[in-house]
Ligand binder design. Structure first.
Ligand code: WT7
Length: 659
C-alpha cells in the first residue's frame, strides 16, 4: 500500500469508545496487558487452564531449540473431549452447538452438544474401522454442513491430523495436498448448495484420487444434494452406511500436547503451497482464549456467527475449535450471501438472534454496494459486537459496518492474524480499546509484536516497516509439513539474529503507537481475504500450451481488496493463430478458465493482458511493481533498472491498441 493510500486511510479520525455496559461487564480489562507482560508464561499457563487436561504439563514452554517450540510440555489432552464431551458432562448436553442453516430455505438442523458428541463418537469409530489410527492424515473436502465439523472432531478424537481443503479448490489443488501429506482417507460429500443450485464435489475427489497414485484407499461420502455420483465399490463408502451404523460409545485417548492436530495448506511465495502444522494443546489454548477475549464471549447468552468457510483457518479456529472449546452456540450457514436474496445473512442474524458476528472486509464492501435498504429490512438489534478479518478494513467500510449493521452501538474488532499464527494476535479489546477505524490497534495480552526496519530495529512511532512477532505464542505453527528447512527460511531467517518471526506484512505505528497493517511485502496477494501466490498462478498460466511466459500482480480492487491481473506472452504459434482468426478475447477467456481449473475459482484472473514482452531487470527478475502500475492505470514508475527500458512503452502501446 502506498503512503498516499495510508494517508487517505488516516483521514477518518473518529474514535469509538467501548459501550459502557459492555466495558462494565467485559471479560478482559485493561490490567490484563500489564499482567501478561509481567509474566508471559504464567499468563499463558492460566489460559491453558481453560482446557481439561488428562495430565498437567511440567513446563509451559520449551524454547531450547528455536524456532521449534513445544508448549505445555508433558501435558496430555483430547481436543474433541475439550470441544464436546466435557460440556455434556457439565450438564450442557441440551445446549445448541450449531444452528445450521442450509442454503435452500427451511433446510435447517439444530445440533445440541449431546447430539454432537454421539455423532463425533460414531465417526471416530467409523474412521478407526477404516484403518485410520493416531498420526494418520485424513483429507476433508466438504461443503459447510454439520458433518464437516463432525469429521474434523472425529479425526482429532483419534489423533489423526486432518487437512481440510476448501471446497472451491480444484481437483489438482486437492491432489497436491493429498499427496503432500499422504492422506489415505478422504472425507467428502456428493456436493453442496451454492447460489441456488447443487454444486458437485465428488467428481473433483475422483479426479484427485486418480492423480494421487495409490495414496488414497478410502473415500467417505456424505449424501447432501442427492446428485448422481460415480462410485467405486472397493473404495467409496456412504457416510450414512458407515457412520450412522457405528456405535456412539467411544473411549477417547489423551494425546501429547504437541500431538499434530491438523495441517492447513496456504499459499507462499513459491508455487508449492505450505502445509502449516498446528498441534493440540497450544493451538486449542490460543483459539479458546482469543475467542473468549476478543469477542467478549458470554457462553450462556451469546450466539456467535463466523461466516468463514471451514476450508480456511478462520473456519478452524472460530467456527470449530475456539467456539466449541468454549461451549458456544454458533450459527453455521452453507451457502452464499445472496441466495435466494441479498438479505439472507441479515435474515439469519434476526432468525437466530446472533449477538457476535465475524466476517471479512470484502463481504462488508459488497453489502455497502448493495445498499442500506437491504439490512434495514431486518432486525439486527441482537448484535452487540462485530469482527473483521482477512485484510485491512478501510475506514469507510468500518464506519458503515458499525453504523448500518451495528446500529452505531457495537464495537468493531479488526483482527489481524494468519494461518500460521493459529489465532488472533493483534486486535482491539471490545471492553477496553477506543477503536480507530482502519487500525488493528495493539497485540492482545500475551502477544508480543513490533514493527522493525531492515536491520530488525523497532521503528519509532509515526514510521513504517515490517511486522514481526517477537516472542513465541502457544498457537504458533510448529513447522511446515515435511519441510523444516522451508519453515526456518520462510519465517525465521529474515530476522534471525533477533529471533523474530517474520509475518510477511508491512505495518506502520501511528503517533500513539497503534498498528496499521499495510498488506504483504512479498509476492503474495490477498483477494477477498484469501491468500494467493503470484507464482502459483503464473505456473498455472504457463502450463497452458499457448502461453510462453506469465507475470501476475495483485491490483487494488474496490470490492475484493486486491484482484488478480495477469500479463501473458503467447507462444509464437498461438500468436499467429490468434491473429488469423481474431480470437484474442476467446483466448483470454480460455486462459481464465484454465487458471480456475488448475487452482480454483478464487484464483481466476480479473484481467489478462496479452503482451509482447515483460519488464525484467538485468538479472532476469520480473519487475512486478511496473506491471502493477499498468494494472492500476497509473503512470509507470522508474524504469531505469530494466534490462530494456523500452519494454514498458511497448506494453502500454500494445494495451492501448485494443487487447
Ligand atoms: C494474511 C494472512 C487469518 C485469517 C484469514 C487470513 C492479511 C489478515 C488482517 C487484518 C490486515 C490482515 C495479512 C496476513 N490479514 N487479517 N485484520 N488486517 N491484514 O489468513 O490466508 O493466512 O492470510 O492476511 O496480510 O498476513 P491467511
Amino acid at each position: 500500500m502506498s503512503d498516499e493510500t495510508l494517508s487517505n486511510l488516516m483521514h477518518e479520525d473518529r474514535r469509538f469508545a467501548p459501550p459502557e455496559d459492555l466495558a462494565a461487564d467485559a471479560n478482559v480489562t485493561e490490567d490484563w496487558y500489564a499482567r501478561a507482560k509481567e509474566d508471559r508464561l504464567a499468563f499463558w499457563a492460566e489460559q491453558a487452564e481453560r482446557l481439561d487436561w488428562d495430565t498437567k504439563w511440567d513446563e509451559v514452554l520449551d524454547w531450547s531449540d528455536p524456532p521449534f517450540a513445544k508448549w505445555f510440555v508433558g501435558g496430555t489432552l483430547n481436543a474433541s473431549v475439550n470441544c464436546v464431551d466435557r460440556h455434556v458432562a457439565a450438564g450442557k448436553g441440551d445446549k445448541v452447538a450449531f444452528h445450521w442453516e442450509g442454503e435452500p430455505e427451511n433446510d435447517t438442523r439444530t445440533i445440541t452438544y449431546a447430539e454432537l458428541k454421539d455423532e463425533v463418537c460414531r465417526a471416530a469409530n467409523a474412521l478407526t474401522e477404516l484403518g485410520v489410527s493416531a498420526g494418520d492424515r485424513v483429507a476433508i473436502y466438504m461443503p459447510m454442513i454439520p458433518e464437516t465439523a463432525v469429521a474434523m472432531l472425529a479425526c482429532a478424537r483419534i489423533g489423526a491430523p486432518h487437512t481440510v481443503v476448501f471446497g472451491g479448490f480444484s481437483a489438482d489443488a486437492l491432489a497436491s495436498r493429498i499427496k503432500d501429506c499422504e492422506a489415505h482417507v478422504v472425507i467428502t460429500a456428493d456436493g453442496g448448495y451454492r447460489r441456488g443450485a447443487p454444486s458437485a464435489l465428488k467428481p473433483a475427489v475422483d479426479e484427485a484420487v486418480a492423480k494421487s497414485g495409490d495414496v488414497v484407499k478410502k473415500v467417505l461420502v456424505v449424501k447432501r444434494t442427492g446428485q448422481d455420483v460415480d462410485w467405486d465399490d472397493s473404495r467409496d463408502l456412504w457416510w450414512h452406511d458407515t457412520v450412522d451404523k457405528a456405535s456412539s460409545e467411544h473411549e477417547p485417548e489423551a494425546f501429547d500436547s504437541e500431538h499434530p492436530l491438523y495441517v492447513m495448506y496456504t499459499s507462499g511465495t513459491t508455487g508449492k503451497p505450505k502445509g502449516i502444522l498446528h498441534t493440540t494443546g497450544g493451538y486449542l489454548t490460543g483459539s479458546a482464549y482469543t475467542h473468549w477475549a476478543v469477542f467478549d464471549l458470554k457462553p450462556d447468552t451469546d450466539v456467535f456467527w463466523c461466516t468463514a468457510d471451514v476450508g480456511w483457518v478462520t473456519g478452524h479456529s472460530y467456527m470449530v475449535y475456539g467456539p466449541l472449546a468454549n461451549g458456544t452456540t454458533s450459527v453455521m450457514y452453507e451457502g452464499t450471501p445472496d441466495s435466494p436474496h441479498k438479505g439472507r445473512w441479515w435474515e439469519i442474524i434476526a432468525k437466530y438472534g446472533v449477538t457476535l458476528f465475524y466476517t471479512a472486509p470484502t463481504a462488508i464492501r459488497t453489502f455497502m454496494k448493495w445498499g442500506n435498504d437491504i439490512p434495514a429490512q431486518h432486525d439486527l438489534s441482537s448484535l452487540r459486537l462485530l469482527g473483521s478479518v482477512g485484510e485491512p478494513i478501510n475506514p469507510e467500510a468500518y464506519v458503515w459496518y458499525r453504523e448500518t449493521i451495528g446500529g452505531d452501538r457495537t464495537p468493531v474488532v479488526d483482527t489481524w492474524w494468519q494461518t500460521e499464527t493459529g489465532s488472533i494476535m493483534i486486535s482491539p479489546l471490545p471492553g477496553v480499546t477506543h477503536g480507530k477505524p482502519g487500525s488493528a490497534m495493539t497485540p492482545i495480552p500475551g502477544v508480543s509484536a513490533d514493527v522493525v526496519n531492515d536491520a530488525g530495529e523497532p521503528v519509532p512511532n509515526g514510521s513504517g516497516g515490517f511486522l514481526v512477532l517477537t516472542e513465541p505464542w502457544p498457537a504458533m505453527l510448529r513447522t511446515l509439513w515435511g519441510d523444516d528447512q522451508r519453515f526456518k527460511d520462510t519465517y525465521w531467517s529474515r530476522f534471525k539474529e533477533q529471533g523474530f518471526y517474520f509475518a510477511g506484512d508491512g505495518a506502520k505505528k501511528d503517533e500513539d503507537g497503534d498498528l496499521w497493517l499495510l498488506g504483504r511485502v512479498d509476492d503474495v496477494m490477498n483477494v477477498s481475504g484469501h491468500r494467493l501466490s503470484t507464482t502459483e498462478i503464473e505456473s498455472a498460466l504457463v502450463s497452458h500450451p499457448k502461453v510462453a511466459e506469465a507475470a501476475v500482480v495483485g491490483a487494488t480492487d474496490e470490492t475484493t481488496g486486491q484482484a488478480v491481473c495477469a500479463f501473458v506472452i503467447l507462444r509464437e504459434s498461438a500468436v499467429e493463430e490468434a491473429d488469423e482468426v481474431g480470437e484474442g478475447a476467446d483466448l483470454v477467456e480460455e486462459l481464465r478458465r484454465h487458471v480456475q481449473k488448475e487452482i480454483g475459482a478464487i484464483a481466476k484472473p480479473r484481467q489478462i493482458m496479452i503482451v509482447p514482452e515483460l519488464p525484467k531487470t538485468r538479472s532476469g527478475k520480473i519487475m512486478r511493481r511496473l506491471l502493477k502500475d499498468v494494472a492500476e492505470r497509473r503512470e509507470v514508475g522508474d524504469v531505469t533498472t530494466l534490462a530494456d527500458s523500452t519494454v514498458m512503452d511497448l506494453i502500454s502501446k500494445n494495451l492501448s491498441g485494443g487487447r
